[in-house]
Ligand binder design. Structure first.
Ligand code: HEM
Ligand SMILES: [Fe+2]
Length: 788
């Protein structure tokens, strides 16, 4: 296709409008995000200097609470249990169980029944009777009041307890706790420190080795403070706690707020409207006969450039880390139904659950990341017509070895941090204790540099010479923004967002609300904004460059999808911030904007259907295996992210009960692997096919079988594991409160379905093994020699 024709196709008037709209939307959304950040800092729960009893004795100091946050992170308790519902579902939710115990102990102190052992004089609400100091909670029971006066006394004690807890004023520098609450806090400090240092194999718990006695006590203070924030009222909001009354614990008066209810129905109405609007947009502007000129840039095989030849080892590491993460996942899944041992082997001490989880969560970032990095680096020289800048091969090698070193060192640091070997330097080199970004800060900085380098290498690869760069720059500044520009922009978008997970750079932040806010900047904005950006731009490019759709249509639809992705994805971060202590405005912002996120996913699936038809109509199509994975990715993006994320979890009133349960696991697996994992594997298969050369023998059988293993495995996980546990767990929250639904008493009712995770694991892993073998076979195959 000539340059003139290309220039012609870039002046599509629809694209032109969409492009400006995209720019405005991107600036507006990130602008609003800056404003929302300031609000979040302002409204986060304050940190009093001290909590004292009525005689002025310090019960908990502000400094201890902050140090305890460090202890919580250092021991990576977020990967054993959770805090504010964030973290692992294996152990208890520390915030909720501490809240429940505060209620029980305060009430006991009020009724002056300190001599009564906990839980025997059962409180009025079922959920109060949980998580005794021994670790294993009893089944919830409601002891009937033996007489009417006793019932009245009980109700009066409950009401006083709730009033006292809700009345804690966190805006004071010195918070004077009522006697009963002070007594409860002291009792709970003892319980929590004992718990942290006592082996409880029936809960899969071995003591946090990295915590010394002082840090254990401080960690207990931090947990208790987190419970305070969930029940203490915000100033001038008599019915709303700092966490919007989350978790659901009616025993202490925590029930959904009007804000939560109201924005649920408003966002539902809005979603139906928006869905109609987007379907209209699709029919009006995208669903047209594609009569614009086609390009076939990647349909031509060219001799491999030096850097392209170097990407094979990346693919092997992808397969290796992918398999290793399945291994860790399988052991973790086993732990849910046999907590003491792994088939009789005592693993808890050598491989504690939280280490396995910290590996399991970072592994997809590593292998999906490496998959994209490598396939991007492979495809870019092909986009540039088989040319590349000097030294590109060396740099691709260097990036590989540096990344491998950083990944290895970071994982080792995670382990040594949890095991207490890296003590003082835990924050820099050990385990930062934040789900998905557990790696020590030093490794995190290096990882960030590696991502930036990837973006730099992509830049060099896409525009390898002065001429190409000048032309691309000219196009960009004259408004002819091409898919190539967008692909590169997506890589820099991925890299830059990662930096926000490092605020503040050199030490730990004192507020968990703020820490978690920045954590979601990476986790959410990565997957739901920059990853979607990369996915949409890359898949559109591949289709276009294989001559299946015109550049005009491809760019049009990418612009439209990106507008929706930015519009929904950026402020949609709010769906993770409903209950973490941020301002109440995250409920409307999070729900309304993140429902928009579902819309581009609907478009993607509509497009995938028509592309599938196009491919089927081709006599020969070399990339059908890669395309199968891309199709799977669009499908799971819609089901895993759209239906299981948007549909199942997103509405605030549902999320209020659902947050921190197995339904999140369901969404996380199906969307992260389904949408982005399959995309990474599809891109690798694309590269492998291109590498093999024209008319090469390229056996698709094993790749196809692996693909179906993954899909069947995912379906088995959903129907034999996530759903049969997740939905009853959701009901359990609704009926008994969150703490109980996360207790072992609840999990013990799910053992059969925990066990039923295994069949899906087997099918999925067979896929992984076949695919890894297939990669090796294909990489050993010598490409057909072509002239450069
Ligand atoms: C492919 C894109 C997506 C990926 C990879 C993804 C991934 C994840 C992951 C890994 C988590 C779990 C975080 C944790 O462990 O706490 C999560 C949580 C969540 N996601 Fe997504 N997500 C995607 C799209 C979406 C969309 C489109 C929505 C809604 C419109 C959504 C709504 C949510 C919500 C509400 C939660 C929090 C659940 C809770 O703990 O209460 N996600 N997502
Ligand atoms: Fe999200």
């Amino acid at each position: 296709m000539s340059d003139a024709e290309l220039a012609q196709s870039s002046v599509d008037p629809v694209s032109n409008v969409l492009k400006w709209l995209l720019l405005v939307v991107a600036i507006l959304c990130f602008g609003m995000m800056i404003w929302a950040t300031v609000e979040t800092y302002d409204e986060a729960p304050p940190h009093p200097q001290a909590f004292v009893d009525r005689s002025g004795n310090v019960v908990m100091s502000g400094d201890d609470i902050v140090a305890g946050k460090g202890g919580f992170q250092k021991a990576d308790l977020m990967d054993y249990g959770s805090i504010y519902g964030m973290g692992s579902y294996f152990g208890e939710d520390y915030t909720a169980s501490a809240l429940v115990r505060l209620g029980v102990l305060t009430k006991q102190a009020l009724t002056n029944s300190a001599a009564t052992p906990p839980n025997t004089k059962a409180p009025g609400n079922k959920s109060l009777a949980v998580t005794g100091p021994g670790g294993t909670p009893p089944l919830p029971t409601t002891a009937p009041a033996s007489s009417i006066p006793e019932a009245f006394a009980d109700a009066a004690a409950t009401a006083t307890m709730q009033k006292q807890l809700q009345g804690i004023d966190l805006t004071q520098q010195r918070v004077v706790l009522p006697d009963a609450v002070a007594q409860a806090v002291r009792g709970l400090q003892g319980e929590l420190t004992t718990k942290l240092s006592t082996v409880n194999l029936s809960a899969g718990w071995v003591p946090a080795k990295s915590l010394n006695p002082e840090l254990r006590m401080q960690t207990a203070d931090f947990i208790i403070y987190s419970a305070f924030t969930t029940v203490a009222r915000r100033p001038n909001h008599p019915n709303t706690s700092w966490t919007e009354n989350w978790p659901f614990e009616p025993s202490v008066g925590n029930t959904p707020t009007t804000n939560t209810f109201q924005w649920t129905w408003i966002s539902f109405c809005f979603t139906f409207f928006a869905m109609g609007f987007v379907l209209w947009l699709y029919r009006a502007y995208l669903d047209h006969p594609d009569d614009a000129p086609m390009e076939r840039g990647l349909a031509v095989y060219r001799a491999l450039t030096p850097s392209q030849k170097k990407t094979g080892k990346y693919f092997l590491v992808v397969a290796l880390v992918f398999l290793a993460s399945q291994g860790a996942g399988a052991i973790m899944a086993h732990s849910y139904y046999e907590r003491e041992t792994f088939y009789g082997i005592q693993l808890n001490y050598i491989l504690p659950f939280n280490f396995l989880r910290s590996f399991h969560l970072q592994a997809p970032i590593i292998w999906i990341g490496l998959g994209w990095i490598a396939s991007g680096l492979f495809i870019a020289p092909a986009i540039a017509g088989g040319r590349e800048a000097k030294g590109q091969g060396f740099l691709v090698d260097l990036l590989f070895w540096v990344s491998l070193f950083v990944v290895g060192a970071a994982l080792l640091g995670n382990y040594l941090g949890i095991q207490g070997v890296i003590d003082k330097g835990w924050f820099w080199f050990g385990n930062q204790g934040l789900s998905y970004i557990q790696l020590g800060r030093f490794w995190q900085i290096l990882f960030f540099v590696a991502l930036l380098s990837w973006s730099g290498l992509m830049f060099r690869a896409l525009w390898p010479s002065r001429d190409t760069l000048v032309e691309a720059t000219r196009q960009f500044w004259t408004g002819a923004i091409r898919l190539e520009h967008l692909i590169w922009a997506a890589t820099i978008n991925v890299a830059v967002l990662y930096a926000f997970g490092m605020i503040p750079l050199t030490g730990i932040e004192k507020s968990f609300t703020i820490t978690d806010f920045w954590r979601w900047w990476v986790v959410h904005l990565w997957v739901e904004q920059s990853f979607e950006f990369f996915a949409v731009a890359m898949s559109a490019y591949l289709l276009m460059s294989l001559g299946l759709v015109s550049r005009k249509l491809a760019e049009r639809s990418v612009y439209l999808e990106l507008i929706l992705i930015f519009l929904g994805g950026v402020l949609g971060t709010g769906h993770h911030l409903y209950w973490g202590g941020g301002p109440g405005m995250w409920v409307p912002l999070g729900s309304m904007f993140s429902f928009i996120e579902v819309l581009p996913l609907v478009l993607l699936i509509l497009e995938a259907i028509s592309q599938h038809r196009l491919i089927k109509s081709q006599a020969v199509f070399d990339y059908s295996l890669a395309y199968l994975y891309l199709l799977g990715s669009a499908f799971w993006n819609f089901v895993g992210a759209g239906v299981f994320g948007g549909g199942t979890l997103n509405a605030p009133l549902v999320n209020y009960y659902e947050h921190g349960t197995f339904l999140t696991l369901n969404h996380a697996h199906t969307s992260l692997f389904g949408a982005f994992g399959l995309l990474a594997l599809g891109l690798i298969y694309f590269c492998l096919r291109y590498r093999a050369g024209p008319n090469a023998k390229f056996d698709e059988r094993w790749g196809r079988i692996a693909f179906w293993c993954y899909n069947i495995g995912l379906a088995m996980w959903i129907f034999l594991h996530f759903f049969p546990i997740g939905w009853p767990q959701l009901n359990a929250v609704y009926e008994h409160g969150f703490a109980w639904a996360r207790s072992q008493a609840f999990y013990n009712t799910t053992l059969f379905w925990q066990w039923m995770r295994l069949p899906g694991d087997v099918v999925f892993s067979i896929g992984g093994l076949l695919m890894a073998w297939d990669f090796i076979v294909k990489l050993r195959q010598r490409p057909v020699e072509l002239k450069a």
